[in-house]
Write a new protein. Structure first.
Length: 134
């Protein structure tokens, strides 16, 4: 299971999807977090006013609960195809285009033959998605 920023923020923030994220993580054989997701989560939590010491602990918790995976050459090469698929889907659904991190996450999921745990609408409808949305 590849965990997206959306899912980590739901878990760390104690939001409505927290229980579903916990359950999904407990059922997964392998939990992977792309390294770029650590930066996204830290940025979001800092913007939300989380104190630096708490911020560090929350990001450390992600590292404890999952394998933090780097962007490898193979992941980078797969980004273009992942981005093309995400952009095509976004255009068809008339939502904002995806960011680079979405493309990295989808590329990593495809390479590892895993699923993305998320509620980010950019991933909705993709076979690689473990959907948290309503």
């Amino acid at each position: 299971m590849i965990v997206d920023s959306f899912a980590w923020i739901e878990l760390l923030g104690g939001s409505v999807h927290e229980r579903r994220v916990r359950d999904a993580l407990s059922r997964a054989d392998v939990v992977v977090t792309p390294d770029l997701v650590l930066a996204e989560v830290a940025r979001k939590l800092a913007r939300d006013g989380v104190r630096p010491a708490d911020l560090r602990q929350k990001v450390q918790d992600i590292s404890t609960l999952s394998e933090v995976a780097p962007i490898t050459v193979d992941v980078a090469v797969g980004v273009f195809e992942a981005e093309s698929d995400l952009r095509r889907s976004a255009r068809a659904r008339r939502i904002d285009p995806p960011g680079l991190s979405d493309s990295v996450i989808l590329s990593m999921a495809r390479l590892r033959k895993g699923s993305v745990l998320t509620g980010d609408p950019h991933f909705q409808g993709f076979p690689e998605t473990g959907w948290l949305g309503s």
